[in-house]
Design a protein around this ligand. Structure first.
Ligand code: IPD
Ligand code: CA
Ligand code: CA
Length: 276
Protein backbone atom coordinates (compact mmCIF):
# COMPACT_ATOMS: atom_id res chain seq x y z
CA UNK A 1 0.00 0.00 0.00
CA UNK A 2 1.45 3.45 -0.88
CA UNK A 3 2.11 5.74 2.13
CA UNK A 4 -0.27 8.64 2.94
CA UNK A 5 2.18 11.25 1.61
CA UNK A 6 2.74 9.32 -1.60
CA UNK A 7 -1.00 9.07 -2.03
CA UNK A 8 -1.36 12.81 -1.42
CA UNK A 9 1.19 13.44 -4.21
CA UNK A 10 -0.78 11.20 -6.49
CA UNK A 11 -4.15 12.54 -5.41
CA UNK A 12 -4.58 15.20 -8.07
CA UNK A 13 -3.83 12.87 -10.92
CA UNK A 14 -5.87 10.11 -9.29
CA UNK A 15 -8.89 12.40 -9.09
CA UNK A 16 -8.50 13.04 -12.81
CA UNK A 17 -8.27 9.30 -13.42
CA UNK A 18 -11.39 8.70 -11.28
CA UNK A 19 -13.40 11.22 -13.31
CA UNK A 20 -12.00 9.68 -16.48
CA UNK A 21 -12.93 6.13 -15.40
CA UNK A 22 -16.54 7.15 -14.74
CA UNK A 23 -16.89 9.06 -18.04
CA UNK A 24 -15.27 6.37 -20.16
CA UNK A 25 -17.26 3.56 -18.50
CA UNK A 26 -20.50 5.42 -19.32
CA UNK A 27 -19.43 6.14 -22.91
CA UNK A 28 -18.28 2.55 -23.41
CA UNK A 29 -21.56 1.24 -22.00
CA UNK A 30 -23.49 3.43 -24.45
CA UNK A 31 -21.39 1.95 -27.24
CA UNK A 32 -22.14 -1.52 -25.90
CA UNK A 33 -25.87 -0.71 -25.90
CA UNK A 34 -25.78 0.07 -29.63
CA UNK A 35 -24.40 -3.42 -30.25
CA UNK A 36 -26.84 -4.95 -27.75
CA UNK A 37 -29.75 -3.56 -29.76
CA UNK A 38 -28.56 -5.54 -32.79
CA UNK A 39 -27.08 -8.52 -30.95
CA UNK A 40 -28.85 -11.07 -33.16
CA UNK A 41 -26.77 -9.91 -36.15
CA UNK A 42 -23.42 -10.33 -34.37
CA UNK A 43 -21.12 -13.24 -35.21
CA UNK A 44 -20.42 -15.23 -32.04
CA UNK A 45 -17.01 -16.81 -31.55
CA UNK A 46 -15.90 -19.25 -28.84
CA UNK A 47 -12.70 -18.87 -26.87
CA UNK A 48 -10.31 -21.77 -26.34
CA UNK A 49 -12.77 -24.39 -27.59
CA UNK A 50 -15.21 -23.69 -24.71
CA UNK A 51 -18.71 -23.36 -26.22
CA UNK A 52 -19.83 -21.34 -23.16
CA UNK A 53 -16.96 -18.81 -23.44
CA UNK A 54 -18.35 -16.48 -26.07
CA UNK A 55 -17.17 -13.20 -27.59
CA UNK A 56 -18.23 -10.90 -30.42
CA UNK A 57 -17.14 -7.74 -32.20
CA UNK A 58 -18.95 -5.82 -29.46
CA UNK A 59 -16.39 -6.87 -26.82
CA UNK A 60 -13.48 -6.12 -29.13
CA UNK A 61 -14.78 -2.75 -30.33
CA UNK A 62 -15.68 -1.52 -26.84
CA UNK A 63 -12.23 -2.48 -25.56
CA UNK A 64 -10.57 -0.75 -28.52
CA UNK A 65 -12.57 2.38 -27.66
CA UNK A 66 -11.45 2.31 -24.01
CA UNK A 67 -7.83 1.68 -25.00
CA UNK A 68 -7.97 4.65 -27.41
CA UNK A 69 -9.24 6.95 -24.65
CA UNK A 70 -6.56 5.69 -22.27
CA UNK A 71 -3.79 6.21 -24.82
CA UNK A 72 -5.03 9.75 -25.46
CA UNK A 73 -5.30 10.79 -21.79
CA UNK A 74 -2.85 8.62 -19.81
CA UNK A 75 -0.31 7.25 -22.31
CA UNK A 76 2.18 6.50 -19.51
CA UNK A 77 -0.18 4.04 -17.76
CA UNK A 78 -0.15 0.27 -18.15
CA UNK A 79 -3.16 -1.83 -19.08
CA UNK A 80 -4.59 -5.31 -18.58
CA UNK A 81 -7.64 -5.94 -20.76
CA UNK A 82 -9.59 -9.10 -21.40
CA UNK A 83 -9.59 -8.87 -25.17
CA UNK A 84 -6.34 -7.04 -25.95
CA UNK A 85 -3.91 -8.44 -23.39
CA UNK A 86 -1.49 -6.55 -21.17
CA UNK A 87 1.24 -3.95 -21.62
CA UNK A 88 3.20 -1.32 -19.69
CA UNK A 89 3.08 -3.36 -16.48
CA UNK A 90 6.12 -1.56 -15.07
CA UNK A 91 4.02 1.63 -14.68
CA UNK A 92 2.73 2.75 -11.26
CA UNK A 93 -0.81 3.05 -12.64
CA UNK A 94 -2.28 0.02 -14.39
CA UNK A 95 -5.82 0.00 -15.78
CA UNK A 96 -7.65 -3.31 -15.57
CA UNK A 97 -10.61 -3.41 -17.93
CA UNK A 98 -13.39 -5.70 -19.02
CA UNK A 99 -15.22 -4.09 -21.97
CA UNK A 100 -18.28 -6.29 -21.47
CA UNK A 101 -18.58 -8.40 -18.35
CA UNK A 102 -21.48 -10.78 -18.79
CA UNK A 103 -20.97 -11.46 -22.50
CA UNK A 104 -23.04 -14.66 -22.44
CA UNK A 105 -25.94 -12.63 -21.00
CA UNK A 106 -25.34 -9.85 -23.55
CA UNK A 107 -25.47 -12.24 -26.51
CA UNK A 108 -28.53 -14.07 -25.18
CA UNK A 109 -30.55 -10.92 -24.54
CA UNK A 110 -30.26 -10.94 -20.76
CA UNK A 111 -29.69 -7.53 -19.19
CA UNK A 112 -26.91 -8.57 -16.75
CA UNK A 113 -23.84 -7.08 -18.37
CA UNK A 114 -21.69 -4.05 -17.74
CA UNK A 115 -18.42 -2.26 -18.50
CA UNK A 116 -15.80 -2.55 -15.74
CA UNK A 117 -12.79 -0.23 -15.43
CA UNK A 118 -10.46 -0.42 -12.44
CA UNK A 119 -7.12 1.12 -11.58
CA UNK A 120 -4.22 -0.42 -9.69
CA UNK A 121 -1.67 1.94 -8.18
CA UNK A 122 1.55 0.31 -6.99
CA UNK A 123 -0.28 -3.01 -7.02
CA UNK A 124 -3.30 -1.84 -4.98
CA UNK A 125 -6.84 -1.40 -6.41
CA UNK A 126 -7.53 2.30 -5.80
CA UNK A 127 -10.49 3.26 -7.95
CA UNK A 128 -13.08 1.75 -10.20
CA UNK A 129 -16.22 2.32 -12.26
CA UNK A 130 -18.81 -0.24 -13.36
CA UNK A 131 -21.46 0.98 -15.80
CA UNK A 132 -24.72 -0.98 -16.18
CA UNK A 133 -26.64 0.76 -18.98
CA UNK A 134 -29.71 -1.47 -18.80
CA UNK A 135 -30.49 -0.27 -15.29
CA UNK A 136 -28.97 3.23 -15.54
CA UNK A 137 -26.56 2.40 -12.73
CA UNK A 138 -23.00 3.61 -12.48
CA UNK A 139 -21.17 2.01 -9.55
CA UNK A 140 -17.98 3.83 -8.67
CA UNK A 141 -15.50 4.18 -5.87
CA UNK A 142 -12.17 5.65 -4.88
CA UNK A 143 -10.25 4.38 -1.84
CA UNK A 144 -10.62 6.89 0.99
CA UNK A 145 -13.44 8.72 -0.81
CA UNK A 146 -16.31 6.22 -0.64
CA UNK A 147 -18.26 4.06 -3.06
CA UNK A 148 -21.55 4.92 -4.74
CA UNK A 149 -24.22 3.80 -7.15
CA UNK A 150 -24.94 6.96 -9.11
CA UNK A 151 -24.95 9.43 -6.17
CA UNK A 152 -26.05 7.02 -3.43
CA UNK A 153 -23.38 5.75 -0.99
CA UNK A 154 -22.85 1.98 -0.88
CA UNK A 155 -22.83 -0.05 2.32
CA UNK A 156 -22.37 -3.80 2.72
CA UNK A 157 -25.18 -5.89 4.26
CA UNK A 158 -25.28 -6.24 8.04
CA UNK A 159 -26.07 -9.99 7.99
CA UNK A 160 -24.32 -12.17 10.56
CA UNK A 161 -25.46 -15.55 9.14
CA UNK A 162 -25.81 -16.78 5.56
CA UNK A 163 -29.51 -17.54 6.05
CA UNK A 164 -30.12 -13.76 6.19
CA UNK A 165 -29.62 -13.00 2.51
CA UNK A 166 -28.63 -14.07 -1.00
CA UNK A 167 -25.16 -15.19 -2.10
CA UNK A 168 -23.97 -14.65 -5.67
CA UNK A 169 -22.08 -17.57 -7.16
CA UNK A 170 -20.26 -18.33 -10.38
CA UNK A 171 -18.07 -20.87 -12.07
CA UNK A 172 -16.69 -21.64 -15.51
CA UNK A 173 -15.20 -24.66 -17.25
CA UNK A 174 -11.75 -23.61 -16.04
CA UNK A 175 -9.91 -25.42 -13.25
CA UNK A 176 -11.55 -25.01 -9.87
CA UNK A 177 -15.10 -25.91 -10.85
CA UNK A 178 -14.92 -29.05 -8.69
CA UNK A 179 -15.31 -26.74 -5.67
CA UNK A 180 -18.61 -25.34 -6.90
CA UNK A 181 -21.15 -28.02 -5.99
CA UNK A 182 -19.67 -28.70 -2.52
CA UNK A 183 -19.95 -24.96 -1.80
CA UNK A 184 -23.57 -24.83 -2.95
CA UNK A 185 -24.39 -27.91 -0.92
CA UNK A 186 -22.80 -26.45 2.22
CA UNK A 187 -24.57 -23.13 1.70
CA UNK A 188 -27.96 -24.80 1.38
CA UNK A 189 -27.27 -26.94 4.44
CA UNK A 190 -26.73 -23.70 6.41
CA UNK A 191 -30.08 -22.31 5.24
CA UNK A 192 -28.48 -20.00 2.67
CA UNK A 193 -29.56 -19.36 -0.93
CA UNK A 194 -27.70 -18.53 -4.14
CA UNK A 195 -28.11 -16.57 -7.38
CA UNK A 196 -25.91 -16.53 -10.50
CA UNK A 197 -26.51 -13.54 -12.73
CA UNK A 198 -23.63 -14.09 -15.20
CA UNK A 199 -21.63 -10.93 -14.46
CA UNK A 200 -18.93 -11.14 -11.82
CA UNK A 201 -18.45 -7.37 -11.86
CA UNK A 202 -22.14 -6.72 -11.17
CA UNK A 203 -22.38 -9.37 -8.45
CA UNK A 204 -19.36 -7.76 -6.77
CA UNK A 205 -21.02 -4.34 -7.00
CA UNK A 206 -24.17 -5.85 -5.50
CA UNK A 207 -22.18 -7.08 -2.49
CA UNK A 208 -20.91 -3.52 -2.00
CA UNK A 209 -24.49 -2.27 -2.33
CA UNK A 210 -25.79 -4.73 0.29
CA UNK A 211 -28.06 -6.43 -2.28
CA UNK A 212 -26.08 -9.66 -1.95
CA UNK A 213 -24.45 -10.77 1.30
CA UNK A 214 -21.56 -12.38 -0.59
CA UNK A 215 -20.27 -13.61 -3.91
CA UNK A 216 -18.09 -16.67 -4.52
CA UNK A 217 -16.55 -17.65 -7.87
CA UNK A 218 -14.37 -20.74 -8.20
CA UNK A 219 -11.87 -18.89 -10.42
CA UNK A 220 -12.13 -15.29 -11.61
CA UNK A 221 -9.91 -13.04 -13.74
CA UNK A 222 -8.72 -9.65 -12.55
CA UNK A 223 -10.67 -7.73 -15.21
CA UNK A 224 -13.91 -9.24 -13.85
CA UNK A 225 -13.42 -7.86 -10.35
CA UNK A 226 -10.69 -5.21 -10.01
CA UNK A 227 -13.09 -2.25 -10.06
CA UNK A 228 -15.50 -4.09 -7.79
CA UNK A 229 -12.85 -4.80 -5.16
CA UNK A 230 -12.56 -1.05 -4.57
CA UNK A 231 -16.31 -0.77 -4.07
CA UNK A 232 -16.40 -3.67 -1.60
CA UNK A 233 -13.55 -2.24 0.45
CA UNK A 234 -15.11 1.23 0.61
CA UNK A 235 -18.55 -0.21 1.46
CA UNK A 236 -17.16 -2.05 4.49
CA UNK A 237 -17.10 -5.53 2.94
CA UNK A 238 -14.33 -8.13 3.08
CA UNK A 239 -12.41 -9.90 0.31
CA UNK A 240 -9.90 -12.70 -0.04
CA UNK A 241 -6.34 -12.03 -1.18
CA UNK A 242 -7.38 -12.24 -4.82
CA UNK A 243 -4.28 -10.61 -6.32
CA UNK A 244 -1.79 -12.95 -4.64
CA UNK A 245 0.64 -14.83 -6.85
CA UNK A 246 -0.29 -14.47 -10.52
CA UNK A 247 -3.77 -13.10 -9.71
CA UNK A 248 -3.47 -10.03 -11.92
CA UNK A 249 -2.78 -11.96 -15.11
CA UNK A 250 -3.93 -15.49 -14.30
CA UNK A 251 -6.77 -15.03 -11.84
CA UNK A 252 -7.60 -16.82 -8.58
CA UNK A 253 -10.55 -18.13 -6.55
CA UNK A 254 -12.64 -15.19 -5.39
CA UNK A 255 -14.78 -14.31 -2.38
CA UNK A 256 -16.25 -10.97 -1.37
CA UNK A 257 -18.81 -10.66 1.42
CA UNK A 258 -20.45 -8.59 4.09
CA UNK A 259 -18.19 -8.48 7.17
CA UNK A 260 -20.54 -10.55 9.34
CA UNK A 261 -20.69 -13.54 6.97
CA UNK A 262 -17.24 -13.51 5.33
CA UNK A 263 -15.76 -16.08 7.74
CA UNK A 264 -18.76 -18.39 7.39
CA UNK A 265 -18.57 -18.26 3.57
CA UNK A 266 -14.78 -18.70 3.56
CA UNK A 267 -15.21 -21.82 5.72
CA UNK A 268 -17.77 -23.18 3.25
CA UNK A 269 -15.32 -22.64 0.37
CA UNK A 270 -12.53 -24.32 2.32
CA UNK A 271 -8.75 -24.24 1.79
CA UNK A 272 -8.96 -23.87 -2.02
CA UNK A 273 -9.90 -20.19 -1.47
CA UNK A 274 -6.41 -19.07 -0.56
CA UNK A 275 -4.32 -22.03 -1.74
CA UNK A 276 -1.24 -21.15 -3.83
C1 IPD B 1 -17.53 -13.81 -17.02
C2 IPD B 1 -18.59 -13.35 -16.06
C3 IPD B 1 -19.18 -14.53 -15.34
C4 IPD B 1 -18.14 -15.34 -14.62
C5 IPD B 1 -17.00 -15.71 -15.54
C6 IPD B 1 -16.44 -14.52 -16.29
P1 IPD B 1 -17.21 -12.43 -19.32
O1 IPD B 1 -16.94 -12.73 -17.73
O2 IPD B 1 -18.04 -12.45 -15.11
O3 IPD B 1 -20.11 -14.11 -14.37
O4 IPD B 1 -18.75 -16.50 -14.11
O5 IPD B 1 -15.97 -16.28 -14.74
O6 IPD B 1 -15.46 -14.96 -17.19
O7 IPD B 1 -16.64 -13.59 -20.08
O8 IPD B 1 -18.68 -12.31 -19.49
O9 IPD B 1 -16.45 -11.17 -19.51
CA1 CA C 1 -15.60 -10.73 -17.43
CA1 CA D 1 -15.57 -9.71 -20.87
Amino acid sequence: MPSASELADLDVTLTARYDFAKCVALAAAERGMAYYARRRSLIVEHKGGDMQDVVSIADQDVETFIRGELAAHFPEDGIVGEEGGSGGLQARCIWVIDPIDGTACFLNGLHNWCVSIGLLVDGEPLLGAIADPNHDELFHGFIGHGAFVNDTPLKAHDAVHVREGLVGVGTTHRAGKEHFLPFLSGLLDEGGMFVRNGSGALMTAYVAAGRLIGYYETHLKSWDCLAGLVLVREAGGRQNDFLRGDGLLGGNPYLVAAPGVYAQLAALVGPSLDAE
